[in-house]
Design a protein. Structure first.
Length: 503
């Protein structure tokens, strides 16, 4: 009895395709765990403060400790994935994050929780920095890649809203320790599946070597920069001597890193990656849009809590429409829109929809009704985010060569993280100032808070409009930009995605 070779080959191809998609869901499970941790902790902060006796200043370090190592190590982790294998860095980061989560949940003192959060941020950076690079390598065909990036974009963008809901449920039904303990079984299951489903990639370290001085400089620059944003800038103001001093140190370290990369034989971050206008432009867009979105969700949560007096669970449920819409559009429709209209047009359309939602939020009154003043804005933002962010990630990764995929992934994550932290600090500073001025003028607490939040939403609107303007600049010839970034740049597996230059 003979076997049809073509049928056997078809079955083998189908099995490989199925394995790739299951591997994608495994990677996204790891990413979701990291993204959830950013917002899930915010909901539990009052409970943590009461249980461990944190001061207000000390409590901020539960967040800041994570942000400093997470934002500071993303770029380095992405490049290490290129050099030593992205699967290896992903699994190492997953192990570090899971063990640190266990330590966070078991913490019985302030110092233990803060130290564990520092370590958890390092694990989160290693895990998340290489995921997008792994995805574009696993899915080289344009249509499949656009769909896979849509799934990833939903997890990366909407996971924060899921964190608000999960944090409220776990904190109210059990206690704050479980917002960390829940990561342990998820981390173990994700690691076990990744070992089984994701193939080894050797990396380029044996031939390229490593740039230790460059690694030290960029990590120090990013850590000092993130620390400056979340600590002295937020507490003492942008013009304070401590803020300016640390910002100067961060800038000097960054300049030294650029000089090092220009002269190093095997640079950690080859500056050629910025020769593409698409790579540079999309990272600027990522920073601006992340600044606007981070600020909007943060201020929106405060409005629900302090003006409308929602509890944590109600806040999470309030943002659920954003999550649902972003999920449906990112997973089911974003790929079709990108292939039909091109990533550039799709991204700009999504940005403009998000902007409309932010304008509506800026009109929410003191005695706002959720169904009238918030839900329409959140629906529009969910639709906009669901089509904008998959297209943005497609553009950002389309001009990066396969050997630089981890670097491009880490760079995109870094600009988003730093942009989000900077935008949040900026928005919170101006919002607090506006609230204080209104309170001094004799307005009630609710009116003063709402006035401050309105200003915050207008600033976020400006940031999103600025990101749309950058998109229009890099797409000055949209037909060519869309064709290059959305189709031809990734038309053959294994070809260099950076071979097509825009403009």
């Amino acid at each position: 009895m003979s076997t049809d070779p073509s049928a056997t080959a078809h079955d083998a191809g189908a099995d490989q395709a199925r394995t790739r998609w299951i591997a994608l869901y495994v990677l996204c499970a790891g990413m979701l765990m990291i993204v959830l941790d950013v917002t899930i902790v915010n909901v539990a902060l009052p409970s943590i403060q009461n249980d461990l006796g944190f001061s207000n200043a000390g409590l901020a370090w539960v967040i800041n400790a994570y942000l400093i190592t997470f934002g500071g190590l993303l770029l380095l982790a992405g490049r290490l994935g290129d050099l030593f294998g992205r699967r290896r860095i992903f699994l190492t980061g997953l192990a570090v994050f899971t063990l640190a989560s266990l330590a966070c949940g078991a913490a019985q003192s302030q110092w233990m929780l803060v130290v564990a959060r520092f370590v958890q941020g390092a694990g989160g950076a290693m895990t998340s920095a290489v995921i997008l690079g792994m995805i574009v390598t696993m899915f080289p065909e344009p249509r499949e890649q656009a769909k896979a990036i849509g799934v990833y974009a939903f997890v990366a963008s909407a996971g924060g809203a899921v964190g608000l809901l999960a944090g409220g449920v776990l904190t109210e039904s059990i206690d704050w320790h479980w917002i960390f303990f829940v990561n342990v079984p998820i981390g173990i299951a994700t690691a076990a599946a990744a070992i089984r489903l994701i193939g080894r990639d050797p990396g380029a370290a044996r031939t390229a070597g490593t740039d230790v001085p460059g690694a030290v400089l960029i990590t120090a620059a990013l850590m000092v920069g993130v620390y400056t944003i979340v600590k002295p800038a937020a507490e003492d103001g942008w013009a304070a001597r401590s803020t300016l001093t640390l910002a100067g140190i961060a800038a000097a370290l960054l300049a030294a890193f650029v000089v090092r990369e220009r002269t190093a034989a095997n640079p950690l971050m080859p500056l050629r990656i910025f020769a593409s206008r698409m790579v540079t432009g999309t990272n600027v867009i990522q920073a601006l849009s992340a600044a606007g979105m981070f600020g909007t969700f943060f201020i929106g949560s405060l409005y629900l809590q302090r003006v409308l007096h929602y509890d944590p669970l109600q806040i999470g449920l309030g943002f659920l429409p954003v999550t649902v819409l972003m999920g449906v559009l990112s997973v089911r429709y974003a790929e079709k829109l990108v292939m039909r209209f091109g990533p550039l047009r799709t991204m700009v359309t999504g940005m403009l929809l998000i902007t409309v939602g932010m304008v509506l939020l800026a009109q929410a009154p003191v005695r706002g009704a959720y169904g009238v003043h918030l839900l329409p804005a959140l629906i529009i933002m969910g639709v906009g985010g669901g089509i904008c962010f998959p297209a943005l990630m497609t553009l950002a990764m389309s001009s990066a060569a396969p050997a630089d995929a981890g670097l491009a992934s880490g760079l995109l994550n870094t600009t988003g993280q730093v942009g989000g932290a900077l935008g949040l600090a900026l928005i919170a500073t101006f919002s607090s100032g506006r609230t204080a001025a209104l309170a001094t003028g004799g307005h009630s607490e609710a009116v003063a808070l709402t006035g401050g939040y309105h200003l915050a939403f207008w600033i976020a609107t400006g940031l999103m409009l600025a990101s749309a303007a950058v998109a229009l600049v890099i797409g000055a010839t949209p037909e060519r930009a869309d064709r290059d970034a959305g189709t031809e740049a990734v038309e053959v597996a294994g070809t260099e995605l950076g071979s097509v230059e825009i403009g």
